[in-house]
Design a protein around this ligand. Structure first.
Ligand SMILES: *[C@@H]1O[C@H](CO)[C@@H](O)[C@H](O)[C@H]1NC(C)=O
Ligand SMILES: *[C@@H]1O[C@H](CO)[C@@H](O)[C@H](O)[C@H]1NC(C)=O
Ligand SMILES: *[C@@H]1O[C@H](CO)[C@@H](O)[C@H](O)[C@H]1NC(C)=O
Length: 475
């Protein structure tokens, strides 16, 4: 009897505790729960290290971001970076994605999560850019020579937040917030259904390696070094389904919409993928948007090698949280599956350790904490005081998010209201009121809109970004 009463009280108590925590953090004080996994903290340190060598973030460095677009503003250059400012705790946009590019959750998820961070913590005065493109780290922002701080982009390196990168990139990693919080099968939604996911016992799962994806083989895949076996690296999203064709007893891995052993391959909701003991993850245009979610599934993860990584990947240890495939040879996954099958207890332990890692370190407050630490470290390196009077566009982020929440194409991209209800949009402030919906719409319809904040003339032609290529959605 007593247990029953306690159980039914638990949600009430939880809500109370959450409300108290909310109040305290809303007042700008860190509750002491902003406690990052050491590897994530180290990630922040590594990503900002070059700024110390460069002498910090200077006004000239920030102004040079305008040079990302040439005189003709071609090749969607204005999508590669969105310029932003934080001033007196408020976030502003200094450039925009054009109208046609708005809709996907990469940019909007980031904007909403950063906005929420700015309401939970006092963020320092700062200027930076964000790459919200679906490949997340353009080679234009790769080091040509790390020691002399030369990047491909002729305007030099600058602070650039991005959700995926390689060791060659100058960028600072941030969470893939869109996949974490926006989509129906977002990490946050799956985390809320953890009890349901865990209801399926390990012994009831099928001992098959399962994988589903769209076939995106990005150019970086072909730059991977040869495998220790001497074989060249091939695109995992194309190769592993081929292997699965011949090894049906061990693998059920296929490209959505294509055929596998005579059957059409259909997508399987993530909430059903926990039916398999082993889940195979491969990267697409950038890191897989599903990898974070696989970690929650209570399955052992087999991860194909990649040069791309996300903000928390350093915290994952091979053979403890996942097993690598396509790491010694093209076919090594078969040996990995055999090993997992014959070491069932170890596989189960790994699945549990992985799930624990995700539950402890990737929930929303942990992500906001990560954003806060990164912003703080960037703020320490600022060599000037940013000011809206020095920039052509200074659109308050709350104002822009409010606009997106009402626009047909973006109204359902993310759950804006859960942030607005708590923290507001800034409505009523002079900065907010200086932009009407019509003003914002007018800026967005110009696909070549690009506020230029530099006196250096643009190059006549865009030398970095390739011409039109695919415009498919990654998964
Ligand atoms: C800005 O770009 C110009 C033109 O390419 C370059 O010469 C200069 O070094 C850059 N400045 C910084 C601070 O990166
Ligand atoms: C990136 O560099 C680090 C340190 O030099 C290295 O340990 C790591 O394996 C590299 N990552 C990739 C994906 O190449
Ligand atoms: C990949 O294989 C090498 C041996 O060639 C091994 O040292 C390394 O730990 C493996 N990487 C992963 C992520 O398991």
């Amino acid at each position: 009897m007593q247990r029953l009463a306690l159980n039914s009280l638990a949600p009430v108590l939880f809500a109370l505790v959450a409300a108290v925590a909310q109040d305290a953090s809303g007042s700008g004080t860190c509750m002491g729960d902003c406690d990052l996994h050491p590897s994530l903290l180290e990630r922040v340190t590594k990503d900002v290290a070059w700024l110390d060598e460069a002498g910090g973030i200077t006004d000239a460095m920030i102004r040079n971001i305008s040079l990302v677009c040439d005189a003709q503003i071609k090749h969607q250059c204005n999508v590669k970076v969105v310029r932003m400012m934080i001033k007196d705790g408020e976030i502003y946009l200094n450039s925009l994605h054009p109208d046609w590019r708005l809709g996907p959750p990469e940019l909007i998820g980031f904007l909403l999560e950063l906005y929420e961070t700015s309401k939970m913590y006092r963020l320092p005065d700062l200027e930076f850019a964000y790459n919200g493109d679906d490949d997340a780290s353009s080679p234009a922002f790769d080091w040509i020579d790390r020691s002399s701080l030369r990047v491909t982009f002729h305007g030099g390196p600058f602070p650039l937040l991005s959700w995926s990168k390689s060791n060659k990139s100058m960028a600072q990693l941030v969470p893939y917030s869109g996949a974490f919080r926006c989509t129906d099968d977002s990490f946050d939604n799956l985390l809320a259904r953890l009890d349901e996911i865990r209801r399926l016992a390990w012994s009831e799962k099928r001992a098959v390696a399962f994988g589903r994806w769209n076939e995106f083989c990005a150019p970086y895949v072909y730059e991977m070094p040869a495998l220790p076996s001497g074989e060249t690296f091939v695109c995992p999203r194309r190769w592993l389904p081929t292997l699965s064709e011949q090894h049906g007893e061990a693998m059920d891995v296929g490209v959505i919409g294509e055929t596998l052993r005579g059957q059409r391959v259909s997508a399987v909701p993530l909430m059903h993928q926990n039916a398999y003991k082993y889940l195979v993850s491969t990267d697409g245009w950038a890191i897989s948007s599903k990898f974070d979610k696989y970690l929650l599934m209570g399955s052992a993860i087999i991860k194909a090698q990649s040069s791309r990584y996300g903000f928390y990947y350093d915290g994952l240890r091979p053979d403890e949280h996942y097993v690598a495939a396509m790491n010694t040879s093209r076919e090594d996954i078969l040996g990995v599956i055999d090993w997992l099958k014959s070491h069932d207890q170890e596989a189960e332990r790994m699945a549990l350790a992985t799930q624990q890692f995700a539950v402890r370190h990737l929930h929303r407050n942990a992500r906001l904490c990560y954003y806060q630490k990164l912003m703080k470290e960037l703020g320490k390196r600022m060599k000037f005081t940013p000011d809206c009077s020095q920039r052509k566009l200074c659109l308050p982020l709350g104002r822009f998010l409010e606009y997106l929440s009402k626009k047909r194409e973006t109204a359902h991209t993310c759950r804006y209201q859960e942030v607005f209800v708590r923290h507001g949009t800034g409505k009523g402030t002079p900065a907010y009121e200086s932009f009407s919906d019509a003003n914002i719409q007018e800026l967005l319809v110009d696909a070549k809109y690009w506020p230029r904040d530099t006196d250096t003339p643009p190059l006549p032609n865009e030398p970095y970004f390739p011409g039109a290529r695919r415009r498919l959605r990654r998964t």
